[in-house]
Design a protein around this ligand. Structure first.
Ligand code: GLN
Length: 455
């Protein structure tokens, strides 16, 4: 298959699916075909820059791409076309990737269903009456429907792993600081990390080999060794110690999801891993801690969208304050406003100590509890979400319930750890179920290797 053939196959599939799925916000068809010709010349000359050369992919729409609209699925960034590429886009470009466009998501990555998008919801390819998960719902749907081979998503509290689980594909949030956040429009900077959604752990490894690595343009970028993940995969889990936090298998977890994840644990056991239950009581604090910190950082990060510098501006204002008010009132959706208000509240004088400072202290406790667990275990295995994908329209009226469903994923961001979601079975209604493997900081290779055991 030539690069142009692959791009065309992806674009054809996309054209077929998009009308229903709405996975894309922007499709860059002409650019993709031009690019495919360029990359084909490299392939013909046997000068493929990476195993990803010529492979069609797409970016979540909160990742800046030079000359291509980047909206965060928000009205407020409707007219924003970045003059620069995010580091991940730059690296993938150098690796010969063919981008087919920009993927739908929850507005500013706030949500778990992709229903908060200004561009309308995305359908789950397995069942059009269900959500694809979120916030990288377009990314997971595009991979599952076969429009792209992989997508780059972002994960602040589960936004790569949970949609991957709901759509039956594989998604990895790498160790915080290993993928440069330069050019990722920030939601909660201390938690945000980009990563791949693909069809297998091996494909995720190939993508991470390209996008991980030190970048001086991101102050939190680590100077850790990068590359070699794909070539290092063995799928060998013999004698690996895998911990199952009992607190992740209790009340609130759907019975079929529990059974599927425990079956995944059995697979690892049969392959020679030592699987053991243990207690991780900090799990009861992770959701409130996450939502305080994420909202606080979001309220600060989103203050830059004021109608002056970027994107869309309201009409008919009287003075500067009026311009800010009107633009933000009309430009942000309800969920984003809720987070900004919550974040402003927990940071305000008189409440800072009780909420934000306390949350930072609990975050340190959570990190310590995970550090301790990794003294006894190489990896942890948990569910990704308490249920399979909910029906479209079910979650929007009950934000608290939606927040609670992030329980298994947010701790990984609070502790800065690598986590992957791998398909581990189906519920009786035919919807896919995901299992999550979590590793210690910089244990990305071990996480991918254990995930590879399932493929
Ligand atoms: N659902 C979580 C939230 O709404 C996680 C989102 C994300 O990881 N971007 O904050």
């Amino acid at each position: 298959l030539s690069a142009a053939g692959a791009a065309k196959a992806g674009l054809d599939r996309l054209a077929q699916a998009q009308g229903r799925s709405n996975a894309f916000i922007t499709v860059t068809k002409e650019d993709a075909m031009l690019r495919a010709d360029q990359v084909q010349r490299l392939l013909d000359a046997r000068r493929a820059p990476s195993p990803l050369a010529g492979v069609p992919m797409a970016f979540k729409d909160n990742i800046c791409t030079r000359g291509v609209k980047t909206s965060c699925a928000s009205k407020i960034l409707g007219g924003f076309t970045p003059p620069y590429d995010a580091t991940v886009a730059e690296r993938l470009d150098a690796a010969g990737c063919i981008s087919l466009g920009k993927l739908n998501m929850d507005e500013f990555a706030m949500g778990s269903t992709t229903e908060t998008s200004f561009y309308g919801p995305v359908q789950n390819p397995w069942d059009p009456s269900r959500v694809p998960g979120g916030s990288s719902g377009g990314a997971a749907a595009a991979v599952a429907e076969g429009s792209v081979w992989y997508a780059i998503g972002s994960d602040t509290g589960g936004s790569i792993r949970q949609p991957a689980a709901y759509c039956g594909v594989t998604g990895m949030k790498p160790t915080y600081g290993t993928v440069s956040r330069y050019g990722l429009i920030a939601y909660a900077s201390s938690l945000d990390q980009m990563g791949p959604i693909a069809r297998s752990a091996a494909d995720c490894a190939a993508v991470l080999d390209v996008i991980q690595g030190r970048d001086p343009r991101d102050g939190t970028s680590l100077d850790a060794p990068a590359g070699g993940l794909l070539s290092g995969l063995t799928g060998d889990v013999r004698d690996k110690r895998i911990g199952l936090p009992a607190d992740c298998f209790g009340d609130g977890l759907d019975g079929e999801v529990r059974a599927a994840v425990l079956a995944a644990a059995d697979v690892l056991k049969q392959r020679g891993a030592v699987v053991e239950e243990f207690s991780l009581p900090v799990m009861q604090y992770v959701v409130p801690t996450y939502y305080i910190i994420a909202a606080a950082e979001a309220s600060s990060n989103l203050s830059r969208f004021d109608g002056v510098k970027y994107g869309w501006r309201a009409q008919g204002y009287e003075d500067l304050t009026g311009l800010y008010n009107k633009t933000r009132t009309e430009g942000f959706g309800a969920e984003v406003k809720r987070r900004i208000l919550l974040g402003t509240f927990v940071l305000s004088t008189g409440y800072y100590d009780a909420y934000y400072k306390k949350a930072l202290q609990v975050k340190a406790l959570i990190k310590r509890a995970f550090d301790e667990a990794f003294r006894r275990y190489d990896l942890l295995l948990t569910p990704v979400a308490p249920t399979t994908a909910p029906k479209l329209g079910e979650s929007l009226n009950d934000p608290l319930q939606m927040y609670l469903s992030d329980i298994y994923t947010v701790s990984v961001n609070l502790a800065g750890l690598p986590g992957i979601s791998v398909p581990c079975g189906f519920a009786s209604d035919g919807m896919p179920i995901g299992a999550q493997l979590i590793g210690p900081a910089l244990g990305d290779a071990a996480v991918l290797d254990a995930a590879h055991a399932f493929q």
